[in-house]
Each structure stands twice: as structure tokens, then as C-alpha cells.
Design a binder for this molecule. Structure first.
Ligand SMILES: NC(=O)c1ccc[n+]([C@@H]2O[C@H](COP(=O)([O-])OP(=O)(O)OC[C@H]3O[C@@H](n4cnc5c(N)ncnc54)[C@H](O)[C@@H]3O)[C@@H](O)[C@H]2O)c1
Length: 394
């Protein structure tokens, strides 16, 4: 990506007059994407950037027209003028930085996966709720109008029911080695899986009830990752059953030898009335229906930048005091499924998502002084899952 300079929006806002004054934590790929999208908004300016690698921080600072940069997130996030923080660092650090920022009254947009543990996710949700700041999680697909159009189209019964969603993600060994570290980014079941687990809950309009996964560490013996103490599962088949009777299957491998790059394809949703092909790329999303008789029909298409839409939406949610489209509840729910899949690989058994019973108690306790919109959503998820357990209808 060209980071020579980011054009700012046409407005005459300066870094002091902008309503949203953003600190970007992590100046790698996602930090660069966030900074560019924030500066394209009429009511936001990036005022601070930070990375433990000074060259990266300097490069992004230059692109944003800033004359200083930071290598310690506490210093950058703690600046009085910063009121929004984009967290774009390896996943195991999301919770620590988010809590630090929320405790100082800053709104936080944290990249997905939200965290590596449910405790980490809960700490983020609780810190945001306690400090009355917004917490957004960096799922971008919900911001494409295609996802909502497909949800409504499926809900109208166009493909029939039940649905079986299938997604394949096969890649050579990841050049970012922390993607192979169970304690850094967690491997594809967590890192990529959360996009799907969030999307399935939205598209099926239902909670996940059971997860089964089988997995491997194909790349475990490779010299490129021999420095990693605990290598993540890099290859898996994950099956998730939903309360609606629909299923999702995610087949992934990030453990293939360098140069082995199998051709990608669209996600496919199978139903009694055909197959729906779904494509999500940064600036093009589409849904095409292959219907009886072999005819193709385009259901939805969009050529907008999903990351720009995500960041514009989070900015609106702060300015208009609305809940984020993808907040802590959604981030936690997707992480819960991902961690259940990892657990299933470990034990060889399917996992019922019964932990939500415990979550219900925790939320009731944490929010005794009144619930905001996001907390109500979380409560809804938890109580719904708990009711299903009690009724045994799954
Ligand atoms: N939403 C998406 O589509 C998407 C895509 C890719 C990655 N991600 C997520 O974004 C996050 C970052 O991924 P990336 O691809 O940008 O990684 P990256 O390696 O390109 O960038 C991460 C940066 O964080 C810096 N960093 C590490 N520790 C730090 C610390 N303590 N303080 C400040 N900086 C620190 C690193 O030096 C690096 O420059 C991950 O959680 C990843 O899963 C999301």
C-alpha cells in the first residue's frame, strides 16, 4: 500500500478542531488502513500514531502529516487531545490497550479478533461500559450493504431452509509469523474464523448452539516458525450448528508450503432452492444465486470500500451516540465460537456453547446500574442461548 501521503477530506478541519481526534496503535497493514480511512472523514483527524517499530511509526506519521510519533502506546493514547483509539496490533494485545484507552475515556475501535480469551473480551466490554465509551470491533463485512441484503433475502425464504454455508481459506505459510503463534494471533480458526462466525449469526439470524472441529498443525516442523513456542492449529474443518437449524462449515489451511497457493473461490450457501455465491473483497462485494435450471441471478452487489464504511459508521456512532453495528457483544460471540472450535480440536468432542449461562450471570452483575444498548444485545444473546439449553430444543 502506498503510504507516501494520505489525502485528508475536503473539510478545513485541523487536528485541534476535528471532533474526532484519533490515535492509531500499530502502524502495520491495518493501522495504515485505519489511518487512511479516518483521515478521509470530514469530522476526524489522526493526531497520533504509535508502533514499537519506530520506522513504521515514522512512515505512518509522515503519511498523516504528523511531525511526531510514538513507540509507547501509553504515551500516545494518554494524550489529552486523543478521544478515539484504533487498536491495530497483534490480537493478544487488544484487551490491554483497549482497557487502558477506555479507562481514560477514549472510544475504541479494536481490530478483530477482539481478544484471544473470553476474559480478555469481557475486560474490554466492561471497561467500555464502565467508562461510557463506544467499543467497536473491526468486522467490516456487516458494513457492506450486501450482507444485510442477503440476510433479508434468505429470511424471505428465497433459498429455502435449512441453509449450509461453506467457506474455504487455503494459503501458504503466513509471512506474518505471529499468525502461526497460538499466543499472538491464534491461527486461522480464530483470526479468520471470527469473520465467518459473526457473519453466520447475522445471516442465519440465530445463535450458534454446537461446534465441532478437527484440526492439524501442518507447518509445525517448518524452520520458518521454529522460534514459536506454541504453534497454532493452522489447518481445520469447523462445523457450527445454529438454533435455526442452519450450519456453517469453515475449511482452512494456512500451513501450506511456500508457493502452494490454491485458487480461492466464493463462499457458497446451499439451500433447497439453489446455491448462493458470496464474494467479499475490500472494494467489491456481491451475491449471485445459481437457481434451478442453471440460471444465475445477481441478488446484491456493492463497490464500496468496506473499511471506509466501517470507520465512517463507527464515527457516526460516536457523534450520534448510537450503538456500533459490530460492538463488543458481536466480537465476544464470534470469539466464543472460535475458542470452542479450538477446544473441539483439542478434545475431539463437539462443544455446546453452554458457557453463555455463566455469561448471563456475569453481565447481570456487571451492569447492575443500568444497561446500555450494547449490553442489552449481549444480554439478549446470553439469555436466548440459556433458554434454548433449558428447553432442550436443539
Ligand atoms: N479486519 C481485517 O480484515 C483484518 C485484516 C488483517 C488483520 N487484522 C487484524 O488486525 C490486527 C493487526 O494486524 P496487521 O495485519 O495490521 O499486523 P501488522 O503486523 O501488519 O501490524 C501490526 C503492528 O503492530 C505493531 N505492534 C506490536 N506490538 C505493539 C505494541 N505493543 N505497541 C504498538 N505497536 C505494536 C507491530 O510492530 C506492527 O507494526 C490483528 O489483530 C489482525 O488479526 C484484521
Amino acid at each position: 500500500m502506498n503510504t507516501d501521503s494520505f489525502s485528508t477530506s475536503a473539510s478545513t478541519l485541523t487536528s485541534t478542531s476535528a471532533p474526532l481526534r484519533v490515535c492509531v496503535v500499530g502502524c502495520g497493514m491495518m493501522g495504515t488502513i485505519h489511518a487512511q480511512r479516518w483521515n478521509a472523514l470530514p469530522d476526524a483527524r489522526v493526531v497520533a500514531v504509535v508502533d514499537i517499530k519506530p520506522d513504521r511509526a515514522e512512515r505512518l506519521a509522515n503519511a498523516c502529516g504528523l511531525d511526531r510519533w510514538y513507540t509507547d502506546y501509553r504515551e500516545a493514547v494518554g494524550r489529552d487531545d486523543v478521544n478515539v483509539v484504533s487498536v491495530c496490533i497483534p490480537t493478544y494485545l487488544h484487551s490491554e490497550v483497549t482497557v487502558f484507552a477506555a479507562e481514560r475515556g477514549k472510544h475504541v475501535l479494536a481490530e478483530k479478533p477482539m481478544a484471544l480469551t473470553l476474559d480478555g473480551a469481557d475486560a474490554m466490554i466492561e471497561a467500555a461500559a464502565r467508562n461510557r465509551v463506544k467499543l467497536g470491533i473491526g468486522f467490516m463485512r456487516p458494513y457492506s450493504p450486501v450482507q444485510e441484503q442477503v440476510r433479508a433475502w434468505l429470511a424471505a425464504g428465497n433459498l429455502g431452509r435449512p441453509l449450509a454455508y461453506h467457506s474455504l481459506d487455503a494459503r501458504e505459510l503466513r509471512p506474518k509469523r505471529e499468525m502461526h503463534d497460538a499466543n499472538a494471533n491464534g491461527g486461522p480458526v480464530i483470526d479468520m474464523g471470527v469473520h465467518l462466525f459473526d457473519g453466520w449469526a447475522r445471516l442465519f439470524d440465530a445463535e450458534p448452539v454446537e461446534v465441532f472441529a478437527a484440526g492439524h498443525k501442518l507447518a509445525a516442523g517448518r524452520p520458518e516458525i521454529s522460534h514459536i513456542a506454541e504453534v497454532a492449529i493452522d489447518t481445520a474443518t469447523v462445523v457450527v450448528r445454529y438454533a435455526s437449524g442452519d450450519t456453517g462449515t469453515f475449511v482452512c489451511s494456512w500451513g501450506l508450503p511456500p508457493g502452494v497457493v490454491p485458487p480461492g473461490g466464493p463462499d457458497i450457501v446451499f439451500g433447497p432452492r439453489g446455491a448462493l455465491h458470496l464474494t467479499y473483497s475490500m472494494t467489491h462485494q456481491e451475491a449471485r444465486w445459481l437457481r434451478e435450471g442453471g440460471m444465475w441471478e445477481t441478488i446484491a452487489t456493492c463497490d464500496e470500500d468496506m473499511y471506509q464504511a466501517e470507520i465512517a459508521s463507527f464515527a457516526r456512532c460516536i457523534i450520534e451516540d448510537q450503538p456500533p453495528v459490530a460492538g463488543g457483544a458481536a466480537g465476544r460471540a464470534a470469539l466464543h465460537v472460535a475458542l470452542a472450535a479450538v477446544e473441539s480440536v483439542r478434545t475431539g468432542k463437539s462443544v455446546c456453547l453452554a458457557g453463555d449461562r455463566q455469561l448471563l450471570g456475569q453481565i447481570n452483575e456487571a451492569c447492575a446500574d443500568g444497561l446500555d444498548e450494547e449490553e442489552r444485545t449481549l444480554l439478549h444473546y446470553a439469555s436466548h442461548a440459556a433458554c434454548q439449553l433449558v428447553e432442550g430444543d436443539w
